[in-house]
Structure formats: C-alpha cells, structure tokens
Design a protein around this ligand. Structure first.
Ligand code: AMP
Ligand code: MG
Length: 355
C-alpha cells in the first residue's frame, strides 16, 4: 500500500479502488485500537475515533484544541445503525435518511444512554450522518463501528478540504490521514434538529431548508442566533469563532456593482497604507481588479462550486501572508445561504452592508 509518514502521522493514499480497500483496512485497524484517523467525506475531512470508546473520543478534543462542550457528529455506513445511537427515532428521520443519505445531512435526535457524554458534549441529543464519499464508507464498513468525527482542523481554523490541509493543522497530533483527494461539497453538512417541537436547521449546508420541507411536507426554519443577544445558542458549535483565516476578512454585501466600487476603494486605501490586500471575488467581478493577491471563487451562477473552493482559498491567503482580506458577498439563497454563513463566520462580525 502507498503510505508515507509526516511528522509521525501516517498518510494512506486512497485515490483508486484498490488503494481505497487497502487504506480502509489499515485505517480501520487503527480506529479499532482507539487511535485517531482523519478521512475524506464529501463535505470536508473528518477526524474520526471509535464513538463507543470514551478515551479515544477525548483525544479528538485534545488534538484539535476543541472546547469540550462542542459536540461531535457520529458517522455510520448503514441507516439501521441509527437505532444503536438514538431513541426514539421519528418517522421523519427515516424519510429524510431515505432521501438524503448517503449525503451531507446530519440529523440531531434524542441520544441513547450508551452514547458516551464526551461525544455529545453532555447534551441529551446525538448528531448522526451517513456520508457519501466512497473512502468514508469503505472505512466505516471496515471498522464496523460508528465513528465520531468533527472536521479535521485545529479548532478555529478553516475546515480541511484536502489531506494537505489536515497535515498543515494536525501532522504529529493524529495517528493517520487517508488521502482521498479534494472534497466535492467543501462545506460542512446541514445540521437538522429533529428532537424539538419544530424542524430547525442549526447549521446551513448543501441540503437546503426548501429540500427538507419538500420531503416532509412541513415548514423547516433556519436558526438565527446572535452572539450579542446573550441567549443560549441552539447548537453549541455556533458560539465559537470558526473558519477564520489568519488575516482579518471584511465581507461586503450588496449588489455586484456597489460591491466592485466599494472593494476597489478599500483596496486602494489599504494598498496605499502598504498592506498586502487579499481579494476574494467571483469570476464576474474579477476583471475589475488587478492584484497579485486576487483569488476567484468561481461564477456567481454556481454557488455550489464557489462553496467547494472557499476553505482552500482562505488557507491560500494564509500562505500568501496577506494583511487583510476583502471578500465579495453573494445572495443568501439555496446553497448560497451556507456559503454566506461561512463567509460571515470567517469575517467574525466584519460585515459591511452597502446602500
Ligand atoms: P464539526 O463537525 O466540527 O463541524 O462539528 C459538529 C457540529 O455539529 C457542532 O459544532 C455542532 O454545532 C453540531 N452538533 C453536533 N451534535 C449536536 C447536537 N447534539 N445538538 C446540536 N448540534 C450538534
Ligand atoms: Mg468544525
């Protein structure tokens, strides 16, 4: 099997079916020994541990520097495995599983007592997902375990969408990473709460509220939570700054024409002050800028494509060593809602509304 070691962390290649089977076997063995393995899913790379093994799951929090009250998502390879983790399971969960699994939808359900508290951050609910990526499925099947896995980044950094991103953050801190190439969706899963009175999306992702409503024939709300409100967040993960590049990022919202004008003004001002100014824009507005620190996310007509490239772009700004980043905003509809949600988090409050 093609493997190498980076600072003590094994890298198992899994770019074709033969490598995938071998890598899944080797990585599954490590998981069964209570070790930490990062692996690709269609959303982002996850950092996995045996969900039944409290000591193994504790190591995830240590490796990432993750606050203990931020719960993990448990990954399964067969819908029936849900029964070992959650109870009661409403019909809506099975219906959604049928429609969206394997795929980027996480369901929050009342947890069974057997699920260790460390997995759920002490909550009475557990988050479960059945991913679509062939490497994730091969690993979960070979391990024959539910695998608790948050994103495989250091806490507060952009989620990893390649094995290189994982190694940048976690080489030497985890036992292995399975390299299955870049992730297709590139943003974390949609998290849907099914344990409350009403349907609520706790975190927007590639599966939208409209799609969920259509399957269940019921209204699906998206949680809005303001840090400043002092209210308890609907999901603990919301209160932590996420997805931050090293330089401060300013997000400009408005129509494309006003955004171009406002970006150009700010670019000039920052550059005149001697700041290396990163620009994160769409293919449509890119021709209006000249800069060696310009990154194009993709066409405004393809928000899913832009989402897939976002975290890599944020990490590339880190490599360029820019002092400040100016980012174009997009309509928050469909997948654009998840894209804007992550851009807003990367901005950490530096959002400028034009007009
Ligand atoms: P990560 O995979 O790193 O994006 O982290 C998983 C996220 O899923 C957490 O930050 C939470 O926001 C959410 N989550 C996981 N379990 C629960 C739960 N039981 N209730 C609400 N949200 C959850
Ligand atoms: Mg995360």
């Amino acid at each position: 099997m093609a493997e190498r070691k980076v600072a003590g962390t094994y890298v198992f290649e899994a770019k074709n079916p033969v490598e995938r089977t071998q890598a899944a076997k080797a990585a599954a063995k490590l998981l069964r020994q209570g070790k930490l393995v990062a692996f690709p899913t269609e959303t982002v790379y996850g950092l996995g541990a045996n969900a039944w093994d409290k000591a193994a799951v504790e190591k995830i929090f240590f490796a990432k520097g993750r606050p203990a009250d931020n719960p993990l998502i448990v990954h399964i390879s067969q819908p029936e495995q849900l029964e070992a983790l959650a109870s009661p399971i409403p019909d809506a969960a099975w219906l959604l599983a049928e429609h969206f699994w394997p795929g980027p939808l996480t369901l929050v359900l009342p947890k069974k007592p057997q699920v260790p508290d460390v997995v759920t951050g002490g909550l009475a609910t557990v988050a479960v997902r059945l991913p679509k990526h062939p490497v994730a499925l091969a690993l979960l099947e070979a391990a024959d375990l539910p695998v608790a896995a948050p994103s495989a980044n250091l806490s507060g950094r952009p989620s990893p969408t390649t094995a290189e991103h994982v190694l940048t953050d976690l080489a030497g801190r985890i036992d292995a990473v399975v390299d299955g190439g870049p992730c297709e969706v590139g943003l974390e899963s949609t998290v849907l709460n099914l344990s409350g009175e009403t349907l609520q999306i706790l975190r927007p992702g590639a599966v939208t509220a409209e799609e969920i409503s259509e399957v269940l024939g019921e209204k699906c709300a998206v949680a809005h939570w303001q840090e400043e409100s002092g209210a308890k967040p609907p999901s603990p993960g919301l209160k932590y700054l996420h997805y931050a590049p090293q330089a401060p990022l300013y997000l400009l919202r408005g129509d494309p024409k006003s955004i171009v004008k406002a970006l150009q003004e700010r670019q000039q001002k920052w550059e005149a002050a001697g700041k290396k100014t990163g620009l994160l824009v769409s293919a449509e507005t890119a021709p209006f800028f000249a800069s060696e620190y310009l990154l194009v996310l993709g066409s405004r007509t393809d928000p899913a494509g832009m989402a897939a490239r976002l975290y890599d772009a944020l990490r590339r700004f880190d490599h360029m060593g820019v002092d400040v980043i100016l980012a174009e905003g997009y309509p928050a509809t469909g997948v654009g809602l998840a894209l804007m949600n992550r851009l807003q988090k990367a901005a950490g409050g530096r959002v400028i509304d034009l007009e």
